[in-house]
Design a protein around this ligand. Structure first.
Ligand code: HEM
Length: 174
């Protein structure tokens, strides 16, 4: 997976919980405590999964809370510094979601083993869409957390419910 994700996890944990916690997560995951990750790195999926799981253990919060903390930090802090143009080019969450296949493709096309997530959007009614998340990584909780955090960024109230394992119904309040 693109190293920017891990770089963001590192910044979030360090900023919100302290450097010593992030070092513990790295060491628990079998990495040097000084390890750094960049947007140009391709990080083994196994390493990313292990960092997420160990963050949950070190911070003593459920994995879904790690996903929420990551998503809120990604949308409001990290991506605002690095990927602000994508937020600027959408007027609302729905428009933003529609850009996501292109954004994930662009962000991974230089990686040797690129396998970005894909999203299939269906317009159901004026206020409702469904979004199917396709990735063999099956990070459903992370996907949901990013949808909710993005809606909050655009100051939109949404309710989200799973229609199946990978398909989320998203309803925007009037
Ligand atoms: C400016 C906004 C965003 C950027 C630049 C971005 C970029 C990325 C990048 C580079 C990855 C690593 C992908 C890989 O290496 O295969 C990733 C992973 C992921 N992104 Fe985004 N993302 C953004 C917003 C979102 C949003 C809004 C969602 C949900 C609707 C989302 C869902 C995910 C998920 C679930 C993953 C984990 C990888 C997987 O499931 O396969 N992202 N993102």
């Amino acid at each position: 997976m693109n190293g920017t994700i891990v770089n963001c996890i590192a910044s979030m944990v360090t900023e919100k919980f302290g450097m010593s916690h992030w070092k513990s997560v790295l060491v628990k995951s079998g990495l040097e405590e000084e390890t750094k990750f960049s947007v140009l790195d391709e990080v083994e999926d196994e390493t990313v999964m292990s960092l997420l799981k160990n963050a949950s253990e070190v911070l003593n919060v459920p994995i879904d809370r790690v996903f929420e903390l990551f998503a809120e930090y990604w949308v409001n802090t990290y991506a605002q510094k690095k990927y602000y143009m994508y937020f600027k080019s959408a007027n609302n969450a729905r428009e933003f979601f529609k850009q996501m296949n292109g954004v994930h493709d662009a962000m991974t096309d230089y990686l040797a083993n690129a396998r970005p997530p894909r999203f299939e959007i269906r317009e159901v009614s004026k206020n409702t869409i469904t979004m199917q998340y396709k990735s063999e990584r099956k990070l459903y909780g992370l996907f949901l957390a990013l949808v909710v955090a993005t809606a909050a960024y655009y100051k939109e109230e949404v309710t989200a419910r799973w229609l199946s394992d990978d398909e989320l119904e998203i309803t925007f309040a009037e």
